[in-house]
Design a protein around this ligand. Structure first.
Ligand SMILES: [Mg+2]
Length: 97
């Protein structure tokens, strides 16, 4: 079943589970991250690069494992983007509200 915006509801719980698992992985590895926008941009750009590499790898070796790697990398990109959004919302609350 799809929402009107195209998100498949069957995947929604899985998506949120994956993002929380990735958030826990990042916190365990790096601690709670609170960077300025330039540092966040560097981190996000690095992750996007890893995502791009995983697509190239999948193109040359299509397999369930290589597709899992693509999914892993875009999950990391997504969680970094959510972390950035969280930091910006916190900054807005602290400085402008
Ligand atoms: Mg990555």
């Amino acid at each position: 079943m799809k929402l009107k915006d195209g998100i498949d509801l069957r995947h929604w719980n899985k998506l949120t589970e994956m993002l929380f698992a990735e958030r826990n992985r990042q916190i365990n590895k790096f601690g709670v991250q609170e960077w300025d926008s330039h540092k966040w941009n560097s981190i996000l750009t690095e992750e996007v690069g890893e995502f791009a590499q995983s697509i190239i790898d999948y193109d040359s070796n299509e397999s369930a494992e290589s597709l899992d790697h693509v999914i892993e990398e875009i999950t990391q990109v997504s969680m970094v983007a959510i972390n950035i959004l969280d930091c910006l919302l916190q900054k807005k609350e602290e400085e402008y509200l």
